[in-house]
Design a protein around this ligand. Structure first.
Ligand SMILES: Nc1nc2c(c(=O)[nH]1)N[C@H]1C(S)=C(S)[C@@H](COP(=O)(O)OP(=O)(O)OC[C@H]3O[C@@H](n4cnc5c(=O)[nH]c(N)nc54)[C@H](O)[C@@H]3O)O[C@H]1N2
Ligand SMILES: Nc1nc2c(c(=O)[nH]1)N[C@H]1C(S)=C(S)[C@@H](COP(=O)(O)OP(=O)(O)OC[C@H]3O[C@@H](n4cnc5c(=O)[nH]c(N)nc54)[C@H](O)[C@@H]3O)O[C@H]1N2
Ligand SMILES: [Mo]
Length: 733
């Protein structure tokens, strides 16, 4: 069977169960009432594990099993640290690091030492508080990954502000920030305009720049159902991803045995050619008089400018800049013109570009042109990454606090909080490299490994006086992202927390996790660790904390009360501890064309699609992508079964490009990017990619990627890296 999902996924589940100590044990863990740990499609919570927002069960995916099994590992023994100097940790692969086991003791890498050494919680917490008390607040930064709870996220950002800095940011700045900025500039709200139920009603789904077959497998059921209802799925991607053509949904018997069609139409633009392609579809809609002028005039601003721009754009230019033929654009426009309810979904292929925000705005233009935002069954749907990345953003993990949250905090609690802009993630890394920061704190994630320009990232973090990592397992950041003094504090995973926590899905649905028994002795809850550091530091500095009862925030229920009264749309959180009722956040999904902008109208935007040609023949445009067998910087499997590739040290190229570079499949080449070089990379024939484009795996390829960011969202252009390819022969010639 050469399509995605299916029996291989089922077999994998059983193999993982054995690793976890038995099918029953893994099943119980997967069914506990906790939100799924991996992506933000959102599962579990109070309905029990593997149940989605529409009540479908069982919704399993490979990476959620991987994550669970990783958390079910044994502890890293104390003598591990003696046997593993940092130089040895550096030689381990991301998977080997993850498989060292669970972190259970706080460890410290002192200035000049070669090894981390276990320290007591008391020593770790006191030293961190001492350092903070001696550091000017704006010399610190606070990075959050998206796996932590709303409660931990809220508490830590609140502490950072009380401490005195707005250098607060989350992994979204390397992920979906362009979606947030783009959507806010259109509808006044930075998240999806739809709920899962809308997806179940749509008759057309655009899937642009994403590979949910491997990264959001649970969405595949919804896409399969669109097709079963007679609807269409249009995929826009430079790679014809196997699982997006046909997929076997493991929880659906018919699909499991026979497979299901996913894409009705597969459009292959050049990398970054989406903007021109979208303008092509818009132009064609005008030509066939399919634009809904009544909707545009009644509910949008900017139609005159946009229609003017469309009229003056030439087809030649659109075709050249997109890499898509005119007939194909016509077919897409025809399908769209005949749809009654279309949903536009996108992922990193859209946001990881220097014109990421423009991409998102153009998708919104296309949707608005047919009145497909602000009615049931249609709308805009960024497919989020981490399971609670949207939640931590909602509860205040942003550089400058959103106006309403800041005002509520100040008026309800008598606080005076910093009003500086605060720095985004890349700005913090650059400030660290320039010696302008001295203290870093990472609540989860792998800030080093997720960065572009790894050489720079290591140098930046290495310039800090102190770095504190709050983590569950080891990753490359603990080896390469060390400062003069480095701490790793071990924490409990979501399903081991002593108290309930909450998470928010990409559909703006807030779930509650019950937590559960700790699997190991040693790790503490994130909220406890943050609370301890905060109370010690605030006491040392004798800082005023207004009317906040720091005591009540030891309890996640107390934090929820505060979130309920501070964060717009979270009012229903007030009763959640009594009712256990999970809820939809108010004011974000639009089922009528009245938007959250000041005048209630949606805004259209006009852009100039970028040129894609590369003049120099020795260069090719390369995107960095994931395989199914990894979760971000943690690589579980070498092979990429979906793409039929057995190792990760490859550059995937179309056979025509291999010819152009005078290569044969499997040749070892040197790949030079703007930030670094990788040697002995296998040039690999891959006819599913559009000729003229190449792909390599993240995070290994991050050594090549430079720090170019989208000026509007500050998201790195991870998908648009121009590289040169040479062989020893060409290099010496
Ligand atoms: N198994 C697994 N699941 C995951 C993750 C994981 O690492 N592993 N990570 C999670 C996270 S944090 C995130 S953000 C999501 C990421 O999910 P995705 O965005 O789906 O992942 P990527 O592999 O980064 O990129 C996806 C696709 O973008 C396409 N692409 C690249 N450049 C372009 C372009 O210019 N235009 C278009 N149209 N397409 C392009 C690539 O061909 C690829 O198919 O997945 C989440 N889920
Ligand atoms: N070249 C390139 N670079 C990219 C991307 C790309 O497509 N190409 N994608 C970008 C994207 S979309 C993202 S989101 C970032 C990823 O950025 P991050 O979120 O920073 O990185 P992860 O690899 O997801 O972090 C994994 C680590 O989180 C820790 N962890 C796991 N669970 C928990 C928990 O419950 N609590 C705590 N405290 N820690 C936990 C573990 O120690 C694990 O090693 O990378 C970005 N970088
Ligand atoms: Mo992400």
């Amino acid at each position: 069977m050469n399509y995605g999902g299916g029996w291989p996924a089922v077999a994998y589940t059983l193999r993982k169960a054995v690793e976890a100590g038995g099918v029953r044990k893994l099943w119980r863990a997967m069914r506990s009432r906790n939100t799924c740990k991996t992506c933000a499609v959102g599962m579990g919570g109070q309905s029990g594990g593997m149940v989605n927002e529409a009540g479908h069960f069982p919704e399993v995916c490979k990476k959620s099993l991987q994550a669970m099994v990783a958390d079910m590992q044994a502890a890293i023994p104390d003598d591990f640290w003696k046997r593993h100097p940092v130089s040895r940790l550096k030689s381990l692969t991301p998977r080997e690091l993850e498989q060292c086991g669970r972190l259970v003791a706080p460890v410290r890498l002192r200035k000049g030492a070669n090894n981390y050494e276990p320290v007591t919680w008391q020593e770790a917490l006191d030293s961190i508080a001492d350092t903070l008390a001696a550091t000017p607040a704006d010399e610190s930064f606070w990075y959050f990954s998206g796996r932590s709870s709303n409660e931990a996220g809220f508490l830590l950002q609140l502490f950072a502000r009380l401490y005195g800095t707005n250098n607060v940011n989350n992994c979204s700045y390397y992920c979906h920030q362009a979606s947030g900025v783009g959507l806010s500039s259109v509808t006044g709200s930075g998240t999806a305009t739809v709920v899962l139920d809308d997806l179940e009603k749509a008759d057309l789904v655009f899937l642009i720049g994403g590979n949910p077959a491997s990264n959001h497998p649970r969405l595949m059921r919804s896409l399969m159902e669109v097709r079963r209802r007679g609807g269409n799925v249009i995929v826009v991607n430079p790679i014809r991803e196997t699982g997006l053509e046909r997929f076997a949904v493991p929880s659906d018997p018919r699909s499991l045995f026979f497979g299901s069609d996913i894409a009705s139409l597969f459009v292959q633009p050049d990398i970054g050619g989406d903007l021109a392609f979208l303008y092509g579809v818009m132009k064609r809609l005008v030509e066939i008089e399919a634009a809904d002028k009544a909707f545009l005039n009644a509910n949008c601003t900017g139609w005159e400018e946009l229609s003017g721009a469309l009229a003056s754009m030439s087809w030649d230019d659109i075709i050249r800049r997109s890499g898509v033929a005119r007939q194909e654009i016509v077919r897409v426009a025809d399908l769209y013109a005949s749809s009654d309810r279309a949903i536009f979904a996108w992922t990193m292929g859209i946001t990881h570009h220097r014109h990421g925000v423009e991409n998102v705005q153009a998708i919104a233009n296309l949707a608005l042109m047919r009145g497909m935002v602000g009615a049931p069954g249609c709308g805009l749907m960024p497919i989020r990454g981490h399971s609670n990345v949207q939640g931590v953003g909602s509860v205040g993990v942003t550089p400058r606090l959103k106006g309403a949250i800041l005002k509520n905090l100040e008026t309800q609690y008598g606080l005076k909080l910093p009003e500086t802009e605060g720095m985004d993630t890349m700005a913090c890394m650059e400030a660290a490299a320039e010696g302008r920061l001295s203290f870093g704190f990472c609540l989860g994630g792998n800030l080093y490994g997720s960065n572009p320009d790894l050489t720079f990232a290591s140098r930046a973090l290495g310039s800090l006086g102190t770095m504190v990592y709050v983590s569950t397992t080891l990753n490359t950041g603990h080896a390469y992202g060390t400062a003069h003094d480095t701490f790793i504090l071990p924490v409990l995973a979501r399903d081991e927390e002593p108290q309930p926590t909450t998470q928010e899905s990409m559909f703006n649905f807030v779930r509650m996790s019950d937590g559960g028994a700790a699997r190991l002795v040693g790790p503490r809850s994130e909220v406890e660790v943050i609370g301890e550091i905060a109370s010690r530091t605030l006491a040392r500095l004798a800082l005023q904390t207004g009317d906040i009862s720091w005591e009540s925030l030891r309890d996640t229920a107390g934090i929820r009360q505060m979130i309920a009264s501070i964060v717009p749309g979270f009012g229903d959180m007030k009763d959640i501890d009594n009712t256990r009722r999970e809820f939809q956040i108010d004011g974000r999904t639009f089922h009528a064309p009245r938007f959250a902008t000041t005048d209630g109208r949606a805004r259209l935007h006009v852009h100039t699609p970028p040129l894609r040609e590369i003049v120099d023949d020795s260069l090719i445009r390369m995107m960095t992508i994931r395989s199914e067998g990894q979760f971000n910087t943690v690589v579980y499997e070498e092979a990429d079964a979906y793409r039929g590739v057995s190792t990760r040290d490859v550059i995937l190229m179309h056979p025509l490009d291999l010819l152009r570079f005078n290569l044969v499949d499997g040749d070892r080449v040197t790949v030079r990017g703007p930030a670094g070089v990788l040697k002995r990379i296998r040039a690999t024939a891959f006819d599913r990619i559009k000729a003229g484009n190449a792909a390599m795996y993240y995070p290994e390829a991050n050594i090549l990627v430079d720090r170019t960011v989208d000026p509007q969202s500050r998201t790195p252009a991870f998908k648009d890296v121009v590289v040169s390819i040479s062989t020893p022969a060409t290099a010496s010639a």
